[in-house]
Design a protein around this ligand. Structure first.
Ligand code: NAD
Ligand code: AKB
Length: 317
């Protein structure tokens, strides 16, 4: 195996993959980053792209072999809201996809894996605020169930086979550069686009439904930080709690109004509000901070300012 880092991002067309591939390309060279997804990306990419399902083991193995892949970022998944509508498919993609990649590491075809978990591993029996790393995990969505099982699988493969798999429990992620793909926290991205285009938004969560959230820049920073940390710093091989800020739709709307005073929000909670109701309002991430030096850069007002600036530029074009 070559000593050159060669990175494969599976699910590279998604909300996180779109941004992560750019950051990894800037850091390690675009020639060392391979993206893969079910379909070709909408726009040309600077990195190499391979069309492939993570469920197609043979094709994936061929990509890993041809590109001499060392590190895999596995992002392909069904998220919470989409998962509730496709339970069998969500379980299959979220679990078999992970198992396929873990087995490539077991066979020594790759060296390191990043696989994200979620705050969805928590449920209504978890305390609401400042949720600790080892709090009760009794999820009530198939997505949360698959993430919790995935965390155990990562822990098991690390302990039994020494697999270097690293994981973060992302909160809801918000960015301006990509659109979300079927989650409960998607409102927090949609709201910016509607505020700038139409000055109004109908929110599918309740006005005061506070959730742990994070700006995409911080999520990407944490992802690269945990992957670049020395292996002995990674003390938790299930998945790390990670936190930046928490807010309700009402608080987000008030912050947006500082830039777009005519913005109006109305509330029409749907099934997704019930999913969000079972999740924590805030997370304690002291282990990530102590073990590998995690610290966020963006609070709510810094994030809103940056997103509005970037989207205004985009919509001007
Ligand atoms: P997304 O839905 O935006 O993107 C997933 C990508 O995977 C899509 O481009 C999709 O086409 C691709 N994909 C689907 N099936 C595939 C298959 N069989 N083979 C290959 N690619 C396939 O998701 P995201 O928001 O970018 O999330 C990425 C990961 O981060 C997921 O594991 C998700 O659970 C986790 N996560 C995301 C958030 C968030 O707020 N975005 C929060 C917590 C955890
Ligand atoms: C979702 O809403 O499903 C995701 C998540 C918090 O895991 N954004």
């Amino acid at each position: 195996m070559s000593s050159q880092k060669k990175i494969l991002v599976i699910g590279s067309n998604g909300q996180i993959g779109t941004v992560l591939t750019k950051k990894l390309g800037q850091k390690f060279g675009f020639e060392n980053v391979i993206g893969s997804d079910l379909r070709m990306p909408d726009a040309p990419t600077k990195f190499i792209f391979e069309e492939c399902s993570v469920l197609n083991k043979e094709k994936l193995e061929d990509i890993i072999y041809r590109h001499k892949i060392s590190d895999v970022y596995l992002l392909a998944a069904y998220l919470s809201a989409k998962g509730e509508k496709n339970i069998d498919k969500a379980w299959d993609l979220n679990m078999t996809g992970l198992l396929n990649v873990l087995n490539f590491a077991k066979q020594k075809k790759i060296q390191k894996i990043f696989w994200p978990s979620s705050i969805a591993v928590f449920g209504p029996s978890t305390p609401k605020n400042n949720v600790q790393q080892y709090a009760i995990t009794e999820p009530t969505t198939i997505y949360g169930v698959s993430k919790l099982a995935g965390e155990s699988l990562c822990h098991y493969y690390h302990n039994k086979f020494g697999i270097d798999v690293r994981s973060i429990r992302y909160p809801g992620l918000i960015g301006w550069d990509s659109m979300p793909g079927g989650g409960t926290t998607d409102y927090a991205v949609d709201i910016f686009h509607e505020a700038l285009k139409n000055q109004e938004y109908t929110c599918f969560l309740s006005k005061d439904r506070t959730l742990p959230m994070m700006y995409m820049d911080d999520a990407i920073k944490a992802t690269i930080l945990i992957m670049e940390a020395q292996a002995n710093k990674i003390q938790i091989r299930t998945s790390y709690n990670l936190s930046a800020c928490h807010f309700s739709p009402n608080e987000l709307a008030e912050e947006i109004k500082k830039y777009i005073p005519s913005f109006q929000i109305t509330y029409k909670p749907d099934d997704r509000d019930q999913l969000a109701k079972g999740w924590p309002a805030s997370i304690n991430d002291k282990h990530a901070r102590n073990d590998w030096g995690w610290k966020p850069n963006f609070n709510l007002s810094q994030m809103v300012s940056d997103i509005v600036l970037n989207l205004r530029n985009r919509y001007k074009k």
